[in-house]
Design a protein around this ligand. Sequence first.
Ligand code: NAD
Ligand code: IPM
Ligand code: MN
Length: 356
Amino acid sequence: MEKTIAVLPGDGIGPEIIQQAVKVLQAVADKYQHSFHIQEYAFGGAAIDRHGQPLPDETLAACQAADAVLMGAVGGPKWDDVPKEIRPEKGLLALRKRLGLYANLRPSRLFSQLKAASPLRADISEQGFDFVIVRELTGGIYFGNHQTFEEDGQTYAEDNLRYSEAEIRRILTVAFTTAQKRNKKLCLVDKANVLDSSKLWRKICQTMASDYPDVDVNYMYVDNAAMQIVGNPGQFDTIVTENMFGDILSDVASMITGSIGMIPSASMAEGSFGLYEPIHGSAPDIAGQNIANPIGTILSTAMMLDYSLGLSKEARAIEKVVDQFLDQGYRSADTLTPGMQELSCSAIGDYIAQAI
Ligand code: NAD
Ligand code: IPM
Ligand code: MN
């Protein structure tokens, strides 16, 4: 099968982890006789340095023309003080918007081998967990009006949170169908005790629920949800929530697996097109040391093969090798526990590519 994949390494550990994912992709191509046209494009801070903007036209056009996009991470202290219109993070938001990537799927499950790496109390991690956060990605407070202005002799800043019925309906549709394919439990996380936008989400969810009688729906306030994810993660199957709540809760949900470095994500447009990236950032504190965990990125590659390229057998092969890697007692620096053997970022990529 012939496929075109646009690769955006980005900043910090981005290039390091992407290099491992590309190794694994090439191993999949060799083993299963596919031809992947893999090309890298400038994005984020790296693109600001080279082209003066985080999302150059050429990069956007290449993503639009590709079958799927694989991304590392963007941002870092070097670009924290550039004008806000051209920050690396702004490039990422623009890319998500321009590609119509409204549905962000962030799975969180405890690898049984990583129980010791999880900060959860043993009796909680013993029960395990396996859920997915369906995060709305192109609306809400991230995309409302932002302004800083002077009034009454002082400075004000304002960020507007707004959702349309159509935006809510389409992400809830993804959430209900995701729940149907899983354990048929959907939890809408919101702040309906305070926010109008959350009340609208709840109302629409309640009306849609009758179209999915096989799905058990419940509602939870976001503050409670943050607590429940840590205290009783096993109760969740599919969580759906607005953009910023999803951003925050998915970092919480990642940490209980042992490390944010383990968690992949798929950002889907209508149809099968998607962008795939680990949920973490550019980790400037460990960049350039060859100690980053590339597994979240490698598992993102598996999601890409499955959801955008129709290659589910190949995706399962990657997941199986990751499992085998952990079974062997190998660990990345961030998930290292006594008795396990630490491997560098590049050695993990080599192991997984070779085992494919
Ligand atoms: P971060 O996710 O980069 O790092 C948080 C912590 O997790 C750090 O201690 C880091 O070392 C660790 N970590 C993250 N990924 C890891 C990995 N693969 N292996 C081992 N450890 C890992 O979050 P931050 O420090 O708040 O942000 C750093 C920069 O990244 C900022 O500029 C931020 O805007 C950006 N960011 C980008 C994305 C993205 O590109 N999607 C996501 C989040 C943050
Ligand atoms: C993420 C990141 C981004 C977000 C930032 C970098 C804009 O935190 O992908 O989780 O908030 O969506
Ligand atoms: Mn985030």
